[in-house]
Write a protein that binds this ligand. Structure first.
Ligand SMILES: [Zn+2]
Length: 188
């Protein structure tokens, strides 16, 4: 549905997507290009891009199980908003972009030289706002193996977010609390 005129968006027709910055986050608008051009407004978009609207297909396909897990993890990590996980969040987003699940729509450099990258989910159209922390190349491999460990279920979020040197000092209570169910193996 168009965020301005509230009439339906047509599958595979052009759409303008806009991020409107609010005090507590971002509001995502999807509009007919004409509505966006002509509707009056008193604010400047944080970001906007033109795309092609894809009506959401019926869900639950067995073969997408693995990919769903990766984007579920990204949603979950972003909702946690844990600064200790910023490298993991970014690398996961890049991996999803390489798998053609996400597409980058915009990038905004911050005064501290980090970059806010705006990704869009190709299938669902959701936007993901991810901080690119400018990971040093020599650390990239470590972060990638953490992401892979999270996706395969061999590591929990608690294990990844705590610093390795601090982990030994932490009480064992926390470690047992965050135990997660083993990842279900995808059916062959
Ligand atoms: Zn409209």
């Amino acid at each position: 549905m168009c965020s301005i005129c509230e009439k339906p968006l047509v599958d595979r027709a052009p759409v303008v997507s806009v991020l409107h910055e609010l005090p507590d986050g971002y509001e995502r608008l999807d509009c007919h290009p004409e509505c966006w051009k002509t509707a009056p407004r008193e604010w400047e978009p944080f970001s906007s891009w033109e795309g092609v609207y894809a009506a959401p297909p019926p869900a639950d396909k067995k073969e997408t199980l693995k990919k769903e897990t990766a984007d579920e993890l990204l949603r979950h990590l972003i909702s946690l908003d844990d600064p200790a996980m910023k490298n993991v969040v970014y690398v996961l987003a890049v991996m999803l972009e390489r798998s053609k699940i996400l597409v980058e729509r915009d990038a905004k450099e911050q005064p501290d030289r980090t970059i806010i990258r705006i990704y869009e989910h190709r299938r669902t159209g959701e936007s993901f706002i991810v901080l690119d922390p400018r990971i040093r190349l020599e650390n990239l491999g470590d972060v990638q193996s953490e992401v892979v460990a999270l996706l395969s279920g061999t590591k929990t979020l608690g294990e990844v977010s705590s610093k390795p040197e601090a982990a030994a000092e932490e009480n064992s209570e926390a470690a047992t609390e965050v135990k997660e169910e083993p990842a279900t193996a995808p059916a062959e």
